[in-house]
Design a protein around this ligand. Structure first.
Ligand SMILES: Cc1ncc(COP(=O)(O)O)c(C=O)c1O
Length: 346
C-alpha cells in the first residue's frame, strides 16, 4: 500500500522526493571534545564565539525566537538569507525548469519574476485591479501556476488586500501554493496571514528582518509553512544559509527588548509617513494609501520632480515599468530627513 502523499510532495520536483539532503558535518553531529570532522580551523581569531566552526543550518535559538514572535510553531519555520532566498528556494523546490510556472500580480516586487526566470520557470505576470486588489477571475488567470505570489502589503504600491480575500484565494487554489510575501507586515500586523499556515497545507508566508527590524544588511528572512513544505525546502537549502554573527544579531532583534524597539520605530516611521503623504498630497500628487514603510505618489510633471529631488540630494525610487512611469516611491525616513523632503514639495 502506498502512503498518501502530502500536497507538498505532489507539487514538489519529483527528484526531490527520494533525495537525501547533503549530510554536512553539522547535520550528522556527534559527541565528544575534539571536533575534527568538518575540516575547520581549531583557532578562533574572533570575539564571536565558535566563529571558526560552521553554524547550524537552522539555528535553534533563532527559529525559536521567530516562532515566539510570529506565533507559528518551530517546525513550520525556515530561516534563509533574506526573503529573497526564500523566494528562490520555493521556486527551486516546486517548479520544474522549462515546464512549470509561477503567477504574480503587478505592479509588484520584481524578484518573483527574476528568480523564476533565472531558474527557467515561466512567469504568468498578472495585473492587480485598478484599485490594487486581486482580480475576481483569479483562478482562471492563474491557470496551472505552481506558486502564486501575493505581496501584502504590496511593494511598490503600498496597498493592502484583506485577510478574507486572501483566504478565499487559498480555498480557490487547493492545488497550488499561495505565497504571501509579508516583508512589510509589521507596519500593518492586523493583516497578517501567518495563522493560515497552520490551517492550510497550501499557504506559505514570507517574512524578513530587513524592514521593520532594521537589519537589511544582515540578510535574514523567514518562510512560514506547514512541515511538509518545510521538509522539502530543507532538501534544497544550502547547508549553512545563516552565518553565525547574523543568527546572533537576529536572535537579539527578536528578544522582547528588540521587538519593543522595532514597534517603537515602526510607530515613529508611520507618523513620519503620514506627514510625508500629507505634504505630497498638498503638493498635488496622487498618493496611494501607505500600509508599509513607503508611499507611492504620482506626479503630473515627473521630470521636474525628479530634478528637484536630485538638486536636494534625495534618492527616491522611480521605475522603468510603463505603468509606473509617473510614480515615485519614497521610503519613510527619520524626522530630519522627512522635513527636508517636505520642504522640497512646499
Ligand atoms: C516585497 C518584498 N519581499 C522581499 C524583499 C526582500 O527582502 P530581503 O531583504 O529579506 O531579501 C523585499 C525587499 O525590498 C520586498 O520589498
Amino acid at each position: 500500500m502506498t502512503a498518501t502523499r502530502s500536497l507538498a510532495e505532489k507539487l514538489a520536483r519529483p527528484e526531490l522526493i527520494n533525495l537525501t539532503p547533503y549530510q554536512s558535518a553539522r547535520r550528522i553531529g556527534g559527541q565528544g571534545e575534539i571536533w575534527i570532522n568538518a575540516n575547520e580551523s581549531p583557532f578562533n581569531n574572533s570575539d564571536i564565539e565558535q566563529l571558526n566552526r560552521y553554524p547550524e543550518c537552522q539555528p535553534p535559538a533563532l527559529i525559536d525566537a521567530y516562532s515566539r514572535y510570529a506565533g507559528v510553531s518551530s517546525d513550520s519555520i525556515v530561516t534563509s538569507r533574506g526573503a529573497d532566498e526564500a523566494i528562490e528556494l520555493l521556486i527551486r523546490t516546486f517548479c520544474i525548469a522549462g515546464k512549470d510556472s509561477i503567477a504574480c500580480f503587478g505592479p509588484t516586487y520584481g524578484m518573483y519574476a527574476i528568480s523564476a526566470q533565472t531558474c527557467n520557470v515561466a512567469v504568468n505576470a498578472l495585473a492587480l485591479t485598478d484599485d490594487y486588489q486581486l482580480p475576481t477571475d483569479l483562478v482562471q488567470q492563474v491557470a496551472d501556476a505552481k506558486l502564486v505570489f501575493i505581496c501584502n502589503p504590496n511593494n511598490p504600491t503600498g496597498t493592502i488586500i484583506d485577510l478574507d480575500s486572501i483566504e478565499t484565494v487559498v480555498n480557490q487554489l487547493p492545488n497550488a501554493l499561495v505565497v504571501i510575501d509579508e516583508a512589510y507586515i509589521e507596519f500593518c500586523p492586523e493583516y497578517s496571514a501567518a495563522q493560515l499556515v497552520e490551517q492550510y497545507d497550501n499557504v506559505v508566508v514570507l517574512r524578513t528582518l530587513s524592514k521593520a527590524f532594521a537589519l537589511a544588511g544582515a540578510r535574514c528572512g523567514f518562510m512560514l509553512a506547514n512541515p511538509d513544505i518545510v521538509n522539502l525546502v530543507m532538501r534544497v537549502i544550502a547547508p549553512y544559509p545563516v552565518p553565525k554573527p547574523v543568527a546572533d544579531l537576529a536572535t537579539a532583534a527578536l528578544s522582547e527588548q528588540g521587538i519593543a524597539l522595532m514597534r517603537q520605530q515602526v510607530a515613529t516611521l508611520i507618523e513620519q509617513g503620514k506627514l510625508l503623504s500629507q505634504a505630497l498630497s498638498n503638493a498635488g500628487a496622487q498618493v496611494l494609501p501607505a500600509n508599509g514603510n513607503f508611499v507611492l505618489a504620482k506626479f503630473d510633471d515627473i521630470a521636474a520632480v525628479k530634478q528637484q529631488l536630485i538638486d536636494a540630494g534625495i534618492v527616491a525610487r522611480s521605475y522603468g515599468d510603463a505603468r509606473l512611469a509617473d510614480w515615485i516611491r519614497f521610503s519613510f525616513a527619520n524626522d530630519k530627513q522627512t522635513q527636508t523632503l517636505i520642504n522640497v514639495f512646499q
